[in-house]
Design a protein around this ligand. Structure first.
Ligand SMILES: C[S@@+](CC[C@H](N)C(=O)[O-])C[C@H]1O[C@@H](n2cnc3c(N)ncnc32)[C@H](O)[C@@H]1O
Length: 529
């Protein structure tokens, strides 16, 4: 941590203490050079002690922004939910306008715009959350992989960027590249919308802001929103992952772990004290799957998100009146223990593409075995399966795709370390089985109804041979990639480069270990269901 960061932390705590009644904490910023910024306990704590209490007033989302925002209110996300008081967001227009529908931003875009506006060189958009915004990472270059494929506007950074762009080409598996490309597509769509807003909407248009807020500013803002916000019910309709999330000061300093013995699971959502007395109980929010706040996965609805947060969900929660409280787990915590929670059930490649890091097993036994104990140890075979689809004719592919969608097996072409032993997902097996079925096979209708999963001994033999071939290919490519990466950093003095390459090499290990185990099972003739 630099001196500047420590100052920003002090300012943040002072702002929370002075301006946000109810704020409490027993956590401090971890101050260890060379280690990821994170939160640690300020003193020894016992079961149930409060780690922090974050009042809703300091959270940054469309509901808290609207009352004093310089962003025109017609751009705010629109609610159709009865649970949000209509005064808090723009009401639905009863008759749609003739011509183009009114432009609306979703929460991701609105928060990105709010953060990016603070970069106005003329300083016209100071935020009420400025102290919090000053505590955010200053840049995502060079470590976030999205910045490896979005060139810098500053020519002086071009040469350095080329090293990272080259790393993208040689150091990521094809399946990880697909995930980073997906992040890029989402960024580009939002960038286009926000550029149009700056060009066409007042007051931005008259202020010439389109030329003043750069793509780099929007990239910085967008990555902050996408790597730091938390899913929380805001009562906004539409895709939840685009709308129902919020930036929560302090909570966004917590790092991820999937290791259950390390995470601090007790997060509560509580009604903000005054609101629980003033509103009628009928006005309640509908939460995501189980009412828990969870680290927001920007791209998709996340199947596993809330599993480890162990939320206590209180009866009456109004969308913009939800406080967060994190309390000490049963095991207690020593002073300076890091507080961690699970961002969701994400594989290494998803964590890397979305958040710019991956978990590497810390195990006393050699690292290769550690991967087998990783809760979300996974190899994504999408790029290999895509190659097989490309060999099928279009009609055949459409027909089989429909069947796989009917049984919930389209996509999800993965191998898993857990539950042990390593195994292919059911979706992967069904996909390869269908790839080996002849065009318009009479078996397809029954597969589509879920009546058949095992097709025939011959089909099964072909399926397992294909799986074996793919696993061998993955191991070969991961071994080759690992060697290239080793060579790349052999003489490298830059610690950041060495650290990132270390993560990429660890992901090669994960592929080799999991595919190796699946190959061993295939050789033994083990059955996969
Ligand atoms: C929500 S922020 C957490 C706080 C962050 N460390 C900071 O300095 O502000 C998420 C970012 O923290 C980093 N991070 C979180 N968990 C991590 C972990 N287990 N190992 C390495 N980096 C991690 C990643 O850069 C990620 O994009």
């Amino acid at each position: 941590m630099t001196k500047g960061e420590s100052q920003e932390w002090d300012n943040l705590i002072k702002w929370l203490e002075e301006k946000h009644p109810g704020f409490e904490r027993n956590l401090s910023l971890r101050d260890v050079p060379g280690l990821e910024r994170g939160l640690v306990t300020s003193k020894k704590l016992k079961k149930g002690d409060i780690l922090f209490h974050i009042p809703s007033s300091c959270m940054l989302n469309p509901l808290t922004l609207l009352p004093n925002s310089p962003i025109p209110s017609h751009l705010f996300p629109q609610t159709t939910s009865k649970s949000v008081p209509t005064s808090s967001l723009t009401p639905i227009q009863k008759k749609p306008r003739i011509g183009n529908p009114p432009r609306k931003l979703d929460t991701t875009q609105l928060l990105t715009l709010h953060l990016a506006l603070t970069k106005d060189p003329k300083g016209r958009y100071k935020s009420d959350w400025q102290v919090y915004i000053d505590s955010l990472p200053i840049s995502f270059r060079p470590w976030h992989p999205l910045t490896w494929i979005v060139g810098p506007s500053d020519k002086a950074q071009k040469e350095e960027w080329e090293w990272w762009n080259h790393l993208y080409g040689i150091g990521l598996s094809e399946s990880t590249k697909l995930k980073v490309q997906d992040v890029k597509n989402r960024f580009e769509r939002d960038y286009e919308v926000l550029s149009d807003v700056l060009k066409e909407e007042e007051p931005f248009k008259s202020q010439g802001l389109d030329g003043m807020i750069s793509e780099e500013d929007i990239l910085w803002a967008w990555l902050n929103v996408n790597t730091r916000s938390i899913s929380i019910p805001l009562g906004l309709p539409g895709p939840s992952e685009r709308n129902n999330h919020t930036l929560v000061p302090l909570m966004d300093f917590i790092n991820h772990s999937s290791n259950e013995s390390l995470i601090t699971p007790k997060v509560k959502q509580l009604p903000t004290p005054s609101s629980s007395r003033t509103r009628k109980p009928s006005v309640t929010t509908k939460s995501n799957t189980n009412g828990s706040p969870s680290p927001h996965l920007p791209g998709k609805t996340n199947g596993h998100t809330d599993a480890n947060i162990g939320i206590k969900y209180n009866a009456v929660l109004l969308p913009n009146k939800i406080d967060f409280q994190l309390s000490c787990p049963d095991r207690g915590l020593d002073a300076n223990d890091e507080v961690l929670f699970e961002y969701g059930g994400h594989s290494s490649s998803t964590l890397f593409a979305e958040y710019g890091f991956c978990e590497v097993p810390k195990s006393p036994i050699p690292q290769t075995n550690g991967w087998l104990d990783m809760k979300y140890g996974e190899v994504d075979l999408t790029s290999y399966i895509n190659e097989l689809w490309d060999q099928q004719d279009q009609e055949d592919k459409e027909e089989k795709r429909q069947v796989l969608e009917d049984i919930g097996c389209w996509e999800g072409n993965t191998l898993h370390a857990q539950p042990s032993p390593c195994h292919p997902s059911h979706s992967l097996l069904m996909t390869i089985r269908l790839l080996h079925l002849p065009t318009s096979s009479p078996k397809l209708p029954n597969i589509s109804k879920g009546l058949i999963t095992y097709i025939s001994p011959q089909n099964e033999t072909s399926t397992l041979l294909t799986l074996e071939g793919i696993c061998k290919k993955v191991i070969k490519e991961a071994t080759k990639r690992d060697k290239v990466l080793e060579k790349l950093v052999k003489e490298e003095k830059n610690n950041e480069k060495v650290g990132v390459v270390g993560m990429l090499r660890a992901m090669c290990d994960e592929e080799k270990v999991i595919c190796g185990e699946v190959l061993r099972a295939l050789e033994k003739g083990d059955d996969f269901q």
